[in-house]
Design a binder for this molecule. Structure first.
Ligand code: HAM
Length: 417
């Protein structure tokens, strides 16, 4: 028996309805905010991810599924969607039509992390990106859109954490100060942090190892180093979040696990998922389009962990399974052929009906109708057919009424459409 690969999972019928529901709510809301769907490939050249996410990040150092294809080219199963969407924006010169592009995508991502509840090696993201808007209004608007989605899905117990990571003008002074502290604390840092402390000191602020947390307890905050432009951008984001009634907490240590961020960075965290508290994360990445060979165009976005979202939303949406409107209990050869024809014709016109194709007893067919949750059963034996009338039974009230066989599909369509 061949089993699933560790960290991968099936999303089975019964669960999948919730995923479809989330997808529908997402696209309807995001499209009302002007976002358009984009589909990007599952694999890209490895270089795209290492250059955008950053060589010194956990994702690039340890978690990517990278392999050489048959010609020896290094390719990677996408660990996130932002880099691919940026590549696509540049490659198709979308900016030439309109710099401002609002794009979203939903799909699987791959990271070889240690699997546990809420953490998978294939997981799904709902990802949204906006290009060409430098105004802080968009930062506040996408966070408002994100929290509106959670509200629509009845997901509560979430906290938005927000920070600013500065820009290439003000961040170097902060990282220089941080590097000084890191060399003082070198003996207390974990292996990863010691290695990264010179090349990517921000990462240390994000480390979950308790010894590193303790060593960094008095670390300075980047907020004290922001330049005037970054400070006023950040103040404006917070002001507009308040105007829109989005509650948030300032988290001076939030740095995110990817290197492309500038200015606004945020995460939505929940207490409902144990160690995997981040349900969504994002921020501004004003330098990435240019760094990947495009024009100097600002951008911002976020991604929601859909597996985590579904786990939380499941408690609020337990009954999304689709039920047939009608079950046809056919008894006898002629009746079965007719039921087959009726069910097929009804389905073709948008009415979900079911039947039993193995010719079982009326009792077992009624049980099957019940199990499927059909609201009505059409009882149709060969004798009923001969008499030109079948019986329609309401499974809730238990009432039965006769229905002429002639033009029955039309009659059922009128009744159940
Ligand atoms: P990220 O924080 O790496 O950001 O991932 C976003 C979300 O994906 C996380 O908050 C989490 O809910 C979910 N996630 C990440 N790894 C796993 C995993 N192994 N299993 C289950 N869920 C997971 C990004 O990916 C950025 N691209 C977000 C972004 C878009 N920034 C700007 N635009």
């Amino acid at each position: 028996m061949i089993q699933l690969i560790r960290g991968f999972k099936d999303i089975l019928p019964g669960e999948v309805e919730l995923w479809q529901f989330i997808e529908k709510q997402t696209s309807s809301l995001f499209e009302d905010f002007g976002f358009r769907d984009i589909r990007i490939p599952i694999m890209e050249r490895t270089e795209l991810f290492s250059r955008s996410i950053g060589e010194e990040t956990d994702i690039v150092e340890k978690e990517m599924y990278t392999f050489a294809d048959r010609k020896g080219d290094l390719i990677t199963l996408r660990p996130e969607a932002t880099a691919s969407i940026v590549r696509s924006y540049i490659q198709h010169r979308m900016y030439a039509v309109d710099q401002v592009q609002k794009l979203y995508t939903i799909g699987p991502m791959f990271r070889r992390e240690r699997p546990q509840k809420g953490r998978y090696r294939q997981f799904y993201q709902i990802d949204a990106e906006v290009f060409g808007v430098s105004s802080p209004l968009i930062d506040a608007q996408i966070m408002f859109m994100l929290t509106t989605l959670f509200t629509r899905l009845s997901v509560s117990d979430c906290t938005a954490k927000i920070n600013s990571l500065g820009c290439p003008n003000c961040r170097p002074a902060f990282t220089a100060g941080l590097s000084g502290l890191l060399s003082e604390k070198a003996d207390f840092l974990c292996e990863d942090c010691s290695r990264r402390s010179t090349r990517n000191p921000l990462r240390v602020l994000d480390c979950k190892v308790p010894a590193c947390r303790e060593a960094m307890a008095d670390a300075p905050s980047i907020l004290d180093y922001l330049c005037t432009e970054c400070r006023s951008h950040f103040d404006s984001v917070m002001r507009h979040l308040t105007i829109m009634g989005v509650s948030f907490e300032l988290d001076r240590r939030l740095v995110r696990g990817l290197d492309y961020y500038t200015r606004t960075a945020f995460e939505i965290q929940t207490s409902l998922l144990g160690a995997q508290s981040a349900i969504a994360g994002g921020g501004r990445y004003d330098g990435l389009v240019k760094a990947l060979g495009g024009p100097d165009i600002p951008a911002i976005g976020f991604a929601i962990g859909m597996d985590r979202l579904a786990e939380i939303a499941a408690q609020q949406h337990s009954d999304l399974c689709r039920k047939p409107k009608l079950f046809i209990a056919a008894l006898g050869k002629i009746s079965q052929t007719l039921a087959f024809e009726w069910v097929s014709r009804l389905a073709a016109t948008g009415i979900h009906a079911e039947m039993d194709m193995s010719g079982r007893s009326l009792k077992s067919q009624m049980k099957q109708a019940d199990r499927l949750g059909a609201q009505h059963v059409l009882i149709s034996g060969d004798t009923e057919i001969e008499n030109g009338q079948v019986l329609l039974r309401d499974m809730i009230t238990k009432e039965q009424s006769p229905l002429p066989v002639q033009d029955i599909v039309e009659a059922l369509r009128n009744r159940f459409a």
